[in-house]
Write a protein that binds this ligand. Structure first.
Ligand code: 13P
Length: 250
């Protein structure tokens, strides 16, 4: 019987300054964690220090994005190989904020995906619909299309170790969480999509995380859903106690 491991990942986004980030990383304690894996994704400049702070804690390191270019004269960019050399394990790709503000199209995401995998990073691939799309009733097809566009024609080695994060845009940073029913319905559809495309073992093995205003008060009811394997946490991951509490929900 296959079963996806549970993951709670914190996406710090463009928040904090160096010493705050260092303190936050240093105050994470793993003793009570019940989720199989805990990940933090700091802004790029803090990654080295956070990785030192997390040494021997068992907490994994993630990045929030990587470049579509592998190296060279691309001012301001950070490549997947650079991240790998900093002990980064995961790379978030396709976050709605990247799609919305930085022009990350499916075509660009396919290149980033390949770069991340070739560098040995595990991808947390984000998907999620706007409120407008949800109101139109087309949300499931929309989200599956987002996944299909990035995953199509990738060989099976590229798709190994994939983590998916469903983050409805209307629930990100708004305090409004998808109800467990709404989230579970989408997660089940994503699991079905993976099963149809890649087979049942792959579908059962792939963690599908929920993101969008996850906090200590709503994590338990979300994690109780059959197809929700954990969370990608934004705001609440900036508070060590809240984040640890979310990762300690059993
Ligand atoms: P919030 O938890 O702040 O809603 O952010 C969710 C998110 O975008 C995580 O990637």
């Amino acid at each position: 019987m296959f079963m996806a491991r549970s993951i709670v990942a914190g996406n710090w986004k463009q928040n904090l300054e160096f010493y705050d980030a260092s303190d936050l990383a240093g105050s994470l304690r793993v003793e009570s964690f019940t989720s199989d894996e805990v990940v933090v994704c700091p802004p790029f400049p803090f990654i080295y220090d956070v990785s030192e702070r997390l040494k021997d804690t068992g907490i994994s390191l993630g990045a929030q994005d990587c470049s579509q270019y592998n190296g060279g004269a691309y001012t301001g960019e950070v490549s997947a190989t650079m991240l790998k050399s900093l002990n980064v394990k995961y790379c978030i790709l396709g976050h709605s904020e990247r799609r919305q503000y930085f022009g990350d199209t499916s075509e660009i995401l396919r290149v980033k995906f390949a770069n991340a995998r070739n560098a040995g990073l595990e991808v947390i691939l984000c998907c999620g619909e706007t409120l407008e799309v949800r109101k139109s009733g087309d949300h499931t097809a929309f989200v599956l299309r987002q996944l299909e566009e990035v995953m199509k024609d990738q060989d099976s080695q590229m798709l190994e170790d994939l983590v998916i994060a469903y983050e409805p845009i209307w629930a990100i940073g708004t305090g409004e969480t998808a109800s467990p029913e709404q989230a579970e319905e989408m997660h089940a559809a994503i699991r079905d999509f993976l099963k149809t495309k890649f087979g049942d073992p792959y579908a059962q093995d792939t963690p599908i995380l929920y993101g969008g205003s996850v906090k200590p008060s709503n994590a338990a009811e979300l994690f109780a859903c059959k197809n929700i394997d954990g969370a990608l946490v934004g705001g609440a991951s900036l508070n060590a106690l809240d984040f640890m509490q979310i990762a300690s929900v059993s």
